[in-house]
Design a protein around this ligand. Sequence first.
Ligand code: ZN
Ligand code: ZN
Length: 372
Amino acid sequence: MKAILKFKGPVLIGGKKAANNFIESIDYIPGSYIRAALAQYIYLNCHINNKNEKLFWVEYKNQEECEKCSLQNMCINFNNIKFSFFYPKGTKVASLSQMICKNNSSHGFFETLLGQYSCNICPQGNNRIEKYTGYIFEGRPYKKLEKKIITRTAVDNYTRVSKIHNLYTLVAIEKTCDEGNIFEGYIYGIKKEDIEGINIMIGKYTSSGYGWANISIIEENESKYDKHEYINKIIEFSNKYKQINKITDNNIYLAIKFNADILFDIKLQNKYYSTDEYKNMFSEAINLPDIFNIEKLYTEVYDYRGFDTSSNGNPTRKPFKKIASKGTLMVLSSQKTIEEIYNNLVANDALGQETENGYGKYEVYFGGVNSD
Ligand SMILES: [Zn+2]
Ligand SMILES: [Zn+2]
């Protein structure tokens, strides 16, 4: 079901730490943040808390008090709840294969996958296009996000003056749309009435009032194509792709677009990898079904190191992983039948690790074929 997070003020999510004294929020909320916020909510409202336990670790206690607890269902089912990433209201993640006009970004998107390499709206009809990373809002690049820059200082408790070198800057998200600071995403494995109306605290600096959000639910699932329609569209894309790229084999070609970051482990050795070797390692690392070959890969990969906040005391750092950014697009080929391809794609809608927190979520991409 679809969930709406309405923030009462600014929110600061994770972040790119550009320098020691500068923290800027990312513009989306990985499901892991929502899970942590809900765990905290349950923990703080539990009647039989044992303060010696792991912080924010949800475990159903099955005691008398629990029978009367309004959070009972959420508590029992906590580990089965799935969260998607949450995004600014009304936006969709753009594919990294899509580009925009260098001259005028309101000329819309151009799909390089299917051979659009210049803007055909510009009067000359040949204006250059450039890379775009971000969201699509009503068919155009998304520009409604507003950030707030806050400079703070840490005060020395003893001298009551600001500590030297302790000036720091926070860049938080203040507004995502005309109606306010609203994010939307999906939550599964819990009933509407068990979660609706709850107020949670998401992200950093929640003790200063950041990240306070109210959850509301819309009984609406992600729109999906029916099988017949889906298969027709895959074949239509495949034919068009093969024609444009002058491919004459009998394989089926299709594209998948990742609507969330992909989390994976890859052990790179200090040696040169050919493109094919790299593609093979990547396929294995994200558990791509082996009926598929990666033909093209549009992605940005970076190192990621999360925090383990479930232990009592100071959060400890988790080992390094890799993230391929949301918007990653893969063109896949397969020698199998369309039926087998369909079954392999539908059996799963996410790849890589931590899919229960929305990582690795993908959809079959028909960009350039239909108006999406
Ligand atoms: Zn309880
Ligand atoms: Zn143009």
